[in-house]
Design a protein around this ligand. Structure first.
Ligand code: GLV
Length: 324
């Protein structure tokens, strides 16, 4: 058995995979190019991928030995699942283990953007802290403000739980009602427009799909409150970046906390970084030591299970498993 790992991830993954075969790990900091990915995966049985690898039919047709693609992520917009299913390739992901860590970070961005944490910190090394300022760095109160959650899945629910501690009424939009969350947390389902017009903070927790691509554009920012703050820890292309820059620069919305951007990585001279009301981080929401190890373990267990004929813990297309 041969397994290709497209990046270095916590060691537990390699320990698990070495128990069933040979493991080839891409050694560099930058992800492999499509050509290098083909070289690395040539003839392998399983791939432990990251969100940087594009896995689709054209790729799989060149590596027909592959039986499982296990993404080291909960999001899987880098993988064409239908193409995998058509070729009998199992697709696995790492949900649940990163839910709370990601929600912690979404809330950290919310607080940081609202209370201007990063911007005021950065003023100190510039020598701008001359005295206590009665009018300096006035922000938006978090407690008691209305939080709008777009996408009430696992991470949306975890975000709503955190908001309860800040006495924030929570409204949400989602194509599916989450009645459990409504009963247990008192969150209220409204339509997307109502989230836009009523929320003081909007936190996005949807997967990237054709329906959610550019969900937030000029028209949506127009409807939001001028005091509103947008938090995005989902995928960058859910937000139209140029429209967001315009909305921030023209004061149509007050601030943003972003862990994901479009493009990614964001160039160092991007206009988004010039607006101090945007707190931007380099896609690190799940990056705690414990959670990245749990993700590595789950991603490896997914590969191992498929290749040893067991049921993988988190498979998106289990129908391929019964085909033998
Ligand atoms: C990270 O973005 C993930 O999808 O796990």
């Amino acid at each position: 058995m041969r397994i290709a790992m497209t990046r270095k991830i916590p060691a537990v993954a390699q320990d698990i995979l070495q128990s069933i075969g040979d493991v080839d790990v891409w050694p560099e900091q930058m992800p492999p190019s499509p050509d290098k990915l083909l070289e690395l995966t040539d003839g392998c049985d399983g791939i432990l991928s990251t969100l940087n690898d594009r896995i689709d039919g054209a790729f799989l047709d060149q590596v027909p030995s592959v039986k499982v693609v296990s993404n080291f992520a909960v999001g899987y917009d880098n993988i064409n699942v239908d193409d995998c299913t058509a070729r009998g390739v199992a697709v696995c992901i790492t949900p649940d283990v990163l839910t709370d860590t990601t929600a912690d970070f979404a809330f950290a961005l919310l607080l940081a953007a609202a209370r201007r944490v990063s911007e005021s910190h950065q003023s100190i090394p510039r020598g701008e802290w001359k005295t206590w300022e009665p009018l300096g760095y006035l922000g938006q109160d978090v407690h008691g403000s209305t939080l709008g959650i777009v996408g009430m899945g696992r991470i949306g629910v975890a975000m709503a739980k955190r908001a309860a501690g800040f006495n924030m009424p929570v409204i949400y939009s989602d194509m599916y009602r989450n009645e459990k969350a409504e009963q247990e947390l008192g969150v209220k389902h409204v339509d997307f427009d109502e989230v836009l017009t009523r929320s003081d903070f909007i936190s996005v927790h949807v997967p990237l799909t054709p329906e959610t691509r550019q969900l937030f554009g000029a028209a949506e920012f127009e409807k939001m409150k001028e005091s509103a703050v947008l938090i995005n820890t989902s995928r960058g292309p859910v937000v139209d970046t140029n429209a967001l820059v315009d909305a921030l620069n023209s004061g149509k919305i007050w601030g943003a906390g972003l862990d994901v951007t479009d493009p990614e990585p964001l160039p160092a001279d991007h206009p988004l970084l010039e607006n101090e009301k945007a707190v931007v981080c380099p896609h690190i929401a799940s990056a705690s030591e414990t959670t990245r190890s749990r993700m590595a373990q789950l991603a490896a267990e997914n590969v191992k299970a498929v290749l040893t004929g067991e049921t993988p813990p988190r498979c998106l297309n289990p129908e391929v498993l019964s085909r033998g």
